[in-house]
Design a protein. Sequence first.
Length: 241
Amino acid sequence: MMTKRFIPATVLAAALALVPLGIGAQSASAATSGVSVQGTGTVKVTPDTVRLNAVISFVASTNSAASKAVSTSAAAFRAALREKKVATKDIQSQNLTIYPEYTWTQEKGQELKGYRASQSFTVLIRDETNAGAIIDAAVDAAGDNIQVTGVTPIVLDIDDAQDAAREKAVAKAKKKATAYAKLFDFTLGKILWVSETSSNYNPPIYAMAKASADSAAAAPTEIDLGEQDVTVTVDVRWAIK
């Protein structure tokens, strides 16, 4: 996820020309001289939420039968999540589809197999340390026609990590600007502008197949949260006195 915002440090004249990254060339007006530097700060954060993506799908002889079967399984899926203290606001339906499904053979050509109904969900599990047990309970409740298409640890509350990364980025930018001032024998003036780019890395979605009852009992699902990088980059321009 990339976000960018500009934080004006002062009101610049409309005709102010910005010099590319590096040491600004001296011009007739001291206000247009400057040095632009970039600083990047990164902190590592343990994910605080697990995002679950799942699809419940049934094939039946009629649209109505397929739809009712999906609704029954989906209700059990939701109930199991709520029993594990997953809030209703964190359970979101993504798609609901019903369509005819066909088979094809050399002998008979295309034949109607039945009608497939599907409903997909995205669930935020905020109890990240117990995410595996919560997923197992929901999958078992939904039955054999559920497919887990993704399990992704994410950082939902990112503000503190961004603040820490920003402090590191600003410190590096100041250090660079001070080094340039020393190397080229000039004095830093006021800050003319600051821009920021922030990002956090989310790992790829890990797919999970529906486990059998015996294997699930023997080996409960465990979700490895790992760590994610939260990065802030600042571009800062100082005037040269």
